[in-house]
Design a protein around this ligand. Structure first.
Ligand code: GLY
Length: 354
């Protein structure tokens, strides 16, 4: 599939070679973390053009998506003479495409980046659409910018090496894309069994999910309006993710988003008339596959405080994206009372028997 700079490839080596041969750049850099250096880079390293590049390897994990590691990347780019005409390949999950994208956005005010996502999360979400950044002060992606990669090459072979938790993490974003798009997409995501993934069906669903995201990003690249639909589940989800990082069981991003979807669809039901039968379907699916995240009602104030930092907020008011139905019935910039937000946290805990 060839979209706006996004290519779903079944021949990564060839498509990358073609892209590099057709592109003018002075120096090539390849950013990996220690995992993708070992497991994914070997797929590319026989290519002489890739061999001529300088490899930069950083520590993996969202907890390492920090200004300090960003500085390590800037340092490597600087000491190897990167210029605005250089090209940076980000090979990895969302952590790498986010931090590498931001390094690309900021070094000498911007050099081109090419993303090769290696997780489901990065393939359907993080690597596509140009959001880049690092975490700061315990807040997700607090410092960042929009910097569209010149190309995204998605090779579904990488997905076969992912463990269940990582499949589920990316799958939460696919559920979100389905909920904001069409009845057909919803029927398909809720019929899929992530415990017995059918590879070719998953590849096809990845392509459809990316197409949903691309359509929205094309309409509103800088999130002034409809792109906020892509934040469904993330206002509460990011807060839950931050809470999990305070303890000893940090959640993968998509697991927190799954919990956030339960809460925000409850708010959608209460505030916008989202059908209760569809709410039950989503809760049932998430309860079936995703591990519950335990939190006490004493954590509600902390979660609320985190939500006050959400990037969609205006004038200090927490702003949600809610749905009145599936099939594109999206309501952005919705304010919700503190009591109702707490009620949605109660709903999550009761739904999961916590
Ligand atoms: N992950 C949401 C967006 O890219 O807008």
């Amino acid at each position: 599939m060839h979209g706006r700079g996004v290519i779903i490839t079944d021949n990564l080596e060839e498509d990358l070679s073609r892209f590099l041969r057709a592109t003018d750049y002075d120096r090539l850099f390849i950013l990996t973390d220690t995992n993708t250096r070992e497991k994914c880079y070997p797929l590319l390293q026989n290519n002489p053009l890739v061999q001529s590049g300088r490899l930069i390897t950083i520590q993996p994990g969202d907890g390492n998506k920090t200004p300090e590691q960003l500085s390590t990347i800037w340092q490597a780019l600087s000491s190897e003479g990167a210029s605005r005409s250089s090209l940076l390949i980000n090979l990895g999950g969302g952590m790498i495409t986010d931090i590498g994208g931001f390094a690309g956005a900021t070094f000498k005010r911007g050099l081109r980046t090419l993303n090769i996502p290696t997780t489901l999360m990065a393939s359907v979400d993080a690597a596509v659409g140009g959001k880049t950044g690092v975490n700061f002060n315990g807040l997700k992606n607090e410092i960042g910018s929009f910097h569209t990669p010149v190309c995204v090459l998605i090779d579904c072979r990488f997905l076969r090496t992912l463990d269940r938790d990582n499949i589920l993490s990316g799958y939460a974003e696919m559920i979100k894309h389905a909920l904001i798009s069409s009845e057909e997409a919803c029927a398909q995501v809720f019929a899929f069994d992530p415990d017995k993934p059918d590879d070719s069906l998953l590849n096809q669903m990845v392509a459809q999910s990316v197409a949903i995201k691309e359509r929205i990003v094309e309409e509103d690249p800088h999130e002034k309006g409809i792109r906020k639909a892509l934040n469904l589940g993330h206002t509460v989800g990011h807060a839950i993710e931050s809470l999990s990082f305070e303890g000893d069981a940090p959640l993968l991003h998509g697991h927190a988003v799954a919990a956030g979807l339960v809460c925000e669809l409850y708010l959608s039901y209460k505030q916008c008339g989202f059908p209760s039968s569809k709410l039950s379907q989503v809760v049932h699916y998430i309860r079936e596959y995703y591990p519950p995240f335990f939190f006490h009602c004493k954590a509600y104030d902390y979660l609320y405080e985190r939500m006050t930092h959400d990037k969609k907020n205006e004038n200090g008011v927490i702003s949600f994206t809610l749905l009145s139905d599936t099939g594109g019935k999206i309501h952005i910039n919705q304010s919700v009372s503190k009591e109702r937000i707490f009620e949605s946290l109660d709903f999550y805990r009761e739904s999961f028997g916590l």
